[in-house]
Design a protein around this ligand. Structure first.
Ligand code: AP5
Length: 216
């Protein structure tokens, strides 16, 4: 059983690394942003509620994300562990997660903090492209698809996220600084936090991450 939490600013590479590590460790990547975007695409009640928050770069209300996480970690494929990519992002969410895990007698193994300066990620996000079908993430320069506009994994169409516009990116950063950054101290105090230099190239970050995360 391995429970990992990926914490860090928008564009720090959480999703890119979570996908690779999850494949390697054969545990699911639980990406709240992907789950919410799927709900928006499906036009569900949750999606309709979440859409305006996401497009404004704000956090979707805690009760929504807490319930989605609770349901997701209750699924069979999470029994061997999972990577939480983008949850918790507020103190209320972190408290709720503690309760969920305590109820199952599970505990967090590591909280990986993706450390990177803001200016570096603004440039990354402007050139990010994501797959409409499977959610795979690309970068036009650092991690381009083999065929322009098409996903290597499933052939799906690549698109630019609505919240990757510069003014929304700035607002996501403000939200991160105010609501999510305080969690660094919380997990560091609990001895669970490990810092990762997320400004290095993708493969280099991946090697460092594996060394931190895949320990017995
Ligand atoms: P979410 O989708 O989780 O967005 P985020 O946290 O802002 O993170 P990103 O997906 O932007 O970045 P990332 O760190 O995963 O980086 P990536 O690997 O893609 O959430 C979106 C929205 O959903 C939120 O704003 C909120 O509204 C809502 N939401 C989600 N969770 C919530 C919660 N718990 N509570 C409330 N609301 C919630 O990489 C970025 C780019 O850089 C890519 O192009 C990639 O190819 C490239 N790249 C990655 N690593 C490197 C590297 N090392 N070098 C060069 N390029 C790199």
């Amino acid at each position: 059983m391995k429970i990992l939490i990926f914490l860090g600013p928008p564009g720090s590479g959480k999703g890119t690394q979570a996908k690779r590590l999850a494949d390697k460790m054969k545990i699911p990547q639980i990406a709240l942003g992907d789950i919410l975007r799927e709900e928006v695409r499906a036009g569900s009640e949750i999606g309709n509620k979440a859409k305006s928050f996401m497009n404004a770069g704000k956090l979707v209300p805690d009760e929504v994300t807490i319930e989605l996480t609770r349901l997701r970690i209750g699924r069979e494929d999470c029994r061997r562990g999972f990577i939480l990519d983008g949850f918790p992002r507020s103190v209320v969410q972190a408290d709720a997660l503690d309760k969920m895990l305590a109820g199952k007698k599970w505990k967090i193994d590591r909280v990986i903090y993706f450390q990177i300066p803001e200016e570096a990620v603004v440039a990354r996000l402007a050139e990010r492209r994501s797959c409409k079908k499977c959610g795979a993430v690309y970068h036009l320069r650092h991690n381009p698809p083999k065929v322009a506009g098409k996903c290597d994994a499933c052939g799906g169409e690549l698109y630019q996220r609505d919240d990757d516009k510069e003014n929304v990116i700035r607002s996501r950063f403000e939200v991160y600084a105010k609501q999510t950054r305080p969690l660094i101290e919380r997990y560091s105090g609990a001895g669970e936090l490990v810092e990762l230099d997320a400004s290095k190239p993708i493969d280099e970050v991946n090697v460092k991450l594996a060394a931190i995360a895949v320990v017995p």
